[in-house]
Design a protein around this ligand. Structure first.
Ligand SMILES: [Zn+2]
Ligand SMILES: [Zn+2]
Length: 484
């Protein structure tokens, strides 16, 4: 009796032929060849068979384990992988774990990483060409940039955290709006950070060398200002610059339009919330441009707070109608614009009264909204409770028409001659920091005036401060007459 492993090549061939093809039982075949083996272990003991496939690493034939008799006869072909006798590479399996495959996977990963890294660097180089200046920013640029500065400065004080790192409040009221806002300033005011964090988050859409055409993850990416940061105080300087509402550069229309834009996105957020709550549209699938447009029309005459109550009323009605008539969800959601239109006309005409709702607890005010209403417009909650209009701004801001500069200058010269002297000395080039202002009067007004003068950069700035003090208005800015 021999073991299978002890057979010669000829003996193996003859045994193999009988094992697969004869009519004898396996036991009888083993007896015929005087082989010591359990019938069920024959396939395991037989030497590997050479296949017709090559190992693409070693360029030699792959081998495979011998099949057992029943698999061979049934033509059962699944199962045993093809194995390279030299490098152990396996074919016909889900993922080969041999050293060669692991190496090439590693290389491929490195290659993809390198490709993505090169692409990111090229996009950044392209973005850098457009380096911006604070003075050339639009109001919307300032708002978005200021929001980044106030909420997303990273520990290195040079870059911004990704917006999905904001934990308590959202960046803006809806994700779509956040994408739009980032897209609005990316490549101008912001560029991608060149740190490894962003590799793989910015990928070419079509061609590797088309640096304008890429897709990216807006809320995951890290950004930096598209500017060479040279001063230590750049954050403070930028915050100061962006939070100053300067009506000489921004028109009133621009200010109100941006208010409406933020307001309509807050209403959209609330609509999504209601559609989910009333089980009409869980994933914002059916809300298209027509609905968004009609939401925006609410902000022409109503505050967000009133818009909340209007939307609540409408969605409740539509939901009840859907129950009655068994209409589809999509159909129900598509009725929103006509409901809004007829609702608004009744409310504008005064036929219906409109209630005001409080901000929804589950929908906290976004960073963009906080920045605009608190830091730029400086009207706080009125951004929510009032309809977008110039009249609210008038309560908080000084419009140039209210100021007669010549009269004010004369008044200051008379009441505070020491300060007035500065004007004469300096004419247009006002730099009070060079002078110590000593005045004879010592009342509170006078103290405040001295401080204001010290911090004013121009005579205009100073006059605004002075006017503010006189009128008790809290905030400064000038709106030029032709813009009102
Ligand atoms: Zn091989
Ligand atoms: Zn392999």
């Amino acid at each position: 009796m021999k073991k299978i492993s002890e057979l010669s090549i000829e003996e193996i061939e003859s045994f193999r032929d009988d094992y697969y093809n004869s009519d004898l039982t396996v036991k009888k075949v083993l007896e015929k060849h005087c082989i010591d083996c359990h019938p069920s272990s024959v396939a395991k003991e037989l030497p590997f068979e050479v296949t017709e496939e090559f190992c693409h690493y070693c360029n030699i034939y792959l081998e495979t384990k011998a099949k057992n008799r029943s698999d061979y006869r049934s033509g059962h072909c699944k199962g045993n992988p093809f194995i390279c006798p030299k490098c152990d590479h396996k074919e016909n399996i889900f993922r080969c774990n041999c050293d060669n495959c692991n190496d090439s996977l590693e290389k491929e990963k490195k290659f993809i990483f390198k490709t993505n890294q090169d692409f990111l660097n090229n996009v950044i180089t392209f973005q850098k060409e457009k380096e911006f200046e604070l003075e050339s920013m639009t109001l919307k640029d300032k708002l978005i940039y200021l929001t980044f500065l106030k909420y997303l400065i990273d520990d290195d004080k040079k870059s911004f955290k990704p917006i999905n790192k904001l934990s308590d409040i959202p960046f803006s009221s809806t994700q779509g709006y956040s994408f739009d806002l980032i897209g609005y300033i990316l490549g101008d005011i912001l560029r991608f950070d060149d740190k490894s964090y962003n590799i793989g988050l910015v990928i070419p859409r079509e061609e590797q060398d088309d640096y304008k055409n890429y897709s990216y993850y807006p809320i995951k990416c890290k950004y930096v200002p598209n500017i060479d940061i040279y001063s230590e105080d750049w954050i403070i300087e930028s915050i100061n610059y962006c939070s100053k509402l300067d009506f000489q550069n921004e028109s009133i229309d621009e200010v109100i339009d941006l208010w409406k834009e933020i307001a309509s996105n807050e209403l959209l957020e609330f609509l999504y919330h209601l559609l989910d709550k009333f089980n009409l549209d869980k994933n914002e699938e059916y809300v298209g441009d027509a609905i968004k447009e009609s939401i925006r029309s609410i902000t022409e005459n109503f505050s967000v707070s009133q818009g909340y109550s209007i939307l609540w009323y409408i969605i409740e009605k539509i939901s009840a109608k859907k129950q009655e008539t068994k209409m589809s969800r999509r159909y129900a959601v598509n009725m929103i614009p006509s409901y809004i239109a007829s609702n608004l006309s009744k409310r504008i005409s005064g036929e219906w009264q409109t209630k005001s709702y409080k901000r929804n607890y589950n929908l906290p005010q976004s960073a963009i909204s906080l920045t605009y209403f608190n830091d730029i417009l400086k009207i706080g909650e009125k951004g929510f409770t009032e309809k977008p209009s110039i009249s609210i701004l008038r309560e908080y801001h000084i419009f140039e028409e209210e100021i007669n500069k010549d009269v004010l200058i004369d008044e200051v010269k008379e009441l505070y001659p020491e300060v007035g002297e500065l004007f004469d000395l300096l004419e247009t080039d006002f730099n009070p920091e060079m002078y110590e202002i000593v005045t004879s009067k010592d009342d509170d007004h006078n103290k405040a005036l001295k401080v204001s003068a010290l911090y004013s950069k121009t005579i205009d700035d100073f006059l605004i401060e002075y006017h503010k003090m006189k009128t008790g208005k809290k905030y400064q800015t000038i709106i030029t007459e032709d813009e009102v």
